[in-house]
Design a binder for this molecule. Structure first.
Ligand code: GLY
Length: 557
């Protein structure tokens, strides 16, 4: 890719020997994607000589067409990039509109108004996806921007065949809106989707064409911006021309920490996920009995309990200390300090549950976001997680632009002590301020070994993302699983509140479940996440996409 970056920037002389680095030998490339359309397009970009970032950009726009639950141009995300020359974290998280304010979801008695931060135009942050892809392209792209947008334009214009799981999600969402008596325009645009039939989105195709032809200005300025702002004015929304024109995706330094012979590259604030997984992995390493006879059995009662106890401490820190680092001094170094984590791990009881206060559980049954992992033949990697927050975001489609608006404002803390849709708490660090980024759990992560990519992983799932990511890492590094095993092995999640509740996938052994219940845990059997992971062993790739979703993983030989 180094050669490719320079090709794009075209400032430095290129010689045929410039890539004689760790990646001089071309290796296998691979993609692990949340649907077949994004997988096929990403693979085709890589086969045409595009790099991992080219493939990621094309896939991101395809997902805006074929995975409307979470793929988007109306949302945001994080792209973690590793090349042989640098590591980069492209933060294209949404921001609060300029007219947003701390108490915007409270009534005059100071209580949080039901549903206001999760449905409708007021729940939307200023979208960041197009700016994020544009920044990634400017920094790392090697193929023309237009060629990266074209597959998405064609899929929107000519249509794509609706997967039964997508049709099921749409039908579930329509029922859900009806039961809750939520008045949004989702049904007008997606109500006609039927499994196995071709679904066309001509209005979205026109929006994508403007992005294709004008780059990021095709979204933040001109016709699309006018459409968004007019719609906001009609509906009482807040996003203005100024919000759109001022939006900036930013490059941040990824968190990079050694762990068990790997270098873990992961997501810095405004993600909470990078700090969380490193705290989890570090405390696990301190507390898990060493390998051999005493080693913990994967998903045993002891394993689930230990990781749940650690989770309590991780989520307590998340609630108090994490927010947008441009607005709040997040103590990253202290939270990852070896002595701090020793102290934190010190009071974990391996046999009993520590006490927590009682609070309300999360309110909603749906959660989404989507993730993909890509490695190219030069050994560069992208882990990209993108979201409109809950499944189908705010439920609002911008009518003349054809895309769904996010409901990411719910990821802020509307009021201290009041849980958001994911049951997560927050305070000052994550209160609403104009232009501030809301705290995220998205955790695109890459592990390096001897400076080579060893593992690329990530998942959707709100706060459960963090558990999906750290468990996918342990599955590979501690338990030697293949990519397919690592993504499909049952997972569990504990986040401090609701008190002593462990959410888990089907597949835990009944004797372990019984023992956990006897310890005092309540078990909540609900699937979460959709992990897409690539393992690299000396240039030989193994890619896996979780079978529960509609993903597709490919290794290109
Ligand atoms: N909207 C989910 C997250 O960013 O954590």
């Amino acid at each position: 890719m180094y050669k490719r970056i320079i090709t794009f920037v075209s400032l430095i002389c290129i010689s045929a020997t410039i890539s004689t680095t760790a990646f001089a030998v071309e290796q296998q490339a691979g993609v692990a994607m949340p649907d077949s359309y994004s997988a096929d397009v990403a693979a085709s970009i890589l086969s045409k000589g595009g790099n991992a970032v080219d493939a990621a950009i094309a896939a991101q726009f395809v997902l805006a067409v074929t995975l409307p639950e979470a793929g988007n141009i109306g949302g945001g995300g994080f792209m973690l990039v590793h090349t042989d020359k640098q590591d980069d974290f492209i933060d294209y998280r949404e921001v609060a509109p300029l007219k947003g304010h701390r108490d915007m979801y409270l009534d005059d008695k100071g209580n949080v108004i039901d549903n206001k931060s999760v449905f409708g135009v007021l729940s939307a942050g200023v979208p960041g996806t197009v700016a994020g892809m544009w920044l990634a392209h400017k920094k790392y792209g090697s193929l023309p921007w237009k060629s990266l947008l074209e597959p998405a334009v064609v899929l929107a214009e000519k249509g794509f065949v609706v997967h039964p799981k997508l049709a099921k999600n749409v039908s579930w969402y329509l029922d859900y809106l009806q039961k809750k008596d939520i008045k949004v325009n989702f049904a007008e645009f997606f109500g006609a989707m039927k499994a196995g039939e071709v679904f066309k989105q001509p209005v979205l195709a026109s929006s994508l064409q403007r992005i294709r032809d004008e780059g990021s200005d095709g979204f933040y300025k001109g016709k699309t911006a006018d459409i968004i702002v007019n719609f906001m004015k009609q509906q009482g929304g807040l996003i203005s021309h100024q919000d759109l024109a001022q939006y900036q995706a930013v490059s941040r330094k990824p968190i990079s920490q050694p762990w068990q012979g790997y270098q873990v590259l992961t997501s810095p604030p405004p993600s909470s996920g990078g700090i969380a997984i490193l705290q989890w992995l570090n405390m696990y390493q301190q507390l898990a009995p060493s390998k051999g006879e005493a080693a913990l059995v994967h998903n045993s009662k002891e394993y689930v309990h230990l990781l749940s106890e650690i989770g309590k401490r991780v989520f307590a820190d998340r609630a108090d200390y994490l927010g947008d680092p441009d607005f709040y001094p997040v103590p990253v170094k202290q939270l990852l300090d070896e002595n701090y984590l020793k102290k934190r791990a010190g009071d974990v009881d391996l046999l009993a549950i520590s006490t927590t206060e009682q609070v309300k559980p999360g309110l909603y049954e749906s959660e989404d976001t989507t993730h993909f992992s890509i490695v190219d033949k030069w050994g560069n990697a992208v882990a990209n997680t993108t979201t409109i927050n809950l499944t189908f975001g705010s439920g609002v489609v911008v009518p003349e632009a054809g895309f769904i608006l996010n409901d990411e404002m719910d990821d802020f803390s509307a009021k201290p002590g009041v849980a958001n849709a994911f049951g997560a708490l927050g305070g000052k660090a994550n209160e609403i301020q104009p232009r501030k980024r809301m705290l995220s759990s998205m955790t695109p992560t890459i592990l390096l070994k001897d400076k080579q990519v060893a593992l690329v992983t990530g998942s959707p799932g709100g706060t459960t993302i963090i558990s999906s990511v750290y468990q996918s890492i342990l599955n590979v590094t501690e338990f030697g699983m293949s990519a397919d095993e690592a993504v499909n092995s049952p997972r569990f999640h504990h986040q401090l509140y609701p008190e002593n509740v462990i959410r888990h996938h089907s597949g835990l052994k009944s004797e372990d479940k019984k023992a956990l219940q006897q310890m005092g845990y309540t078990l909540d059997n609900r699937h979460f996440g959709d992990v897409h992971l690539i393992i690299n062993e000396n240039g030989k790739l193994d890619a896996g996409s979780e079978a529960h979703g509609r993903g597709k993983a490919l290794v290109l030989r």
